[in-house]
Design a protein. Structure first.
Length: 211
């Protein structure tokens, strides 16, 4: 699965180049409140209290379970002004002056049988460099400047920032890789190194939500 994702991450770069917590335990708190309110409680009230605690624990267990099971959904965010869908590539957005401005935003959903947030920084770097070599025959040195665990609406994922040189051009990329059940959602922002869009790309990432 990870290799498939690596290849998906190359799409925006190629098109630009060619010019196209732990759960809280509330049982002690509940018990303490009951002791204050019912210092002379009989066995019936104690039994009722025990049933209420068990009921509450069951509700909490169900809620915790629901947090790790997600239905199919799509990422939504506010794109920077001026970015438009590419006419020939689904999920790809380019700036209105493209190809003068070669900045791209790409979004893909891939079937996934593992949590992509488990990949290490070193493994990600090695796989991406190897895939550039395999796909284009070029050695590309990736410099990862940020590799951060994130969550979007309860879904685990990674925010990755990197720069590299590809076919004589220096690039910066901002990637969001999110795990949603059996899906991997990859949002990839690419611009020339030192370009003007990174602040707006980051703001776009901050607006991410699942719908």
């Amino acid at each position: 699965m990870c290799k498939r994702i690596m290849m998906l991450l190359l799409t925006g770069m190629l098109i630009a180049t060619v010019g196209c917590g732990n759960k809280a335990d509330n049982s002690e708190e509940i018990t303490g409140e009951s002791a204050v309110e019912e210092s002379t409680a009989d066995s019936d009230s104690i039994e009722t209290e025990s049933e209420n605690e068990e009921e509450l624990n069951n509700v909490e267990d169900e809620a915790e379970s629901e947090q790790t099971v997600f239905e199919e959904a799509e990422l939504a965010c506010s794109l920077p002004d001026g970015f438009e869908p590419h006419p020939d590539e689904e999920g790809l957005y380019v700036y209105k002056t493209y190809p003068k401005d070669i900045s791209t935003i790409s979004y893909v959903i891939s079937e996934s049988d593992e949590d992509i947030s488990d990949i290490s920084k070193e493994a990600f770097k090695e796989m991406l460099e190897a895939d550039y070599m395999e796909a284009y025959g070029d050695e590309v040195i990736i410099n990862i400047t940020e590799f951060k665990d994130i969550k979007v609406d309860g879904r685990k994922g990674l925010r990755i920032m990197l720069d590299c040189e590809f076919k004589g051009q220096e690039y910066e990329q901002l990637m969001y890789m999110l795990f949603n059940g059996n899906e991997a959602h990859i949002l990839n922002f690419t611009q020339e190194k030192g370009g003007k869009w990174m602040d707006e790309f980051l703001a776009c990432g901050d607006s991410l939500t699942f719908e």
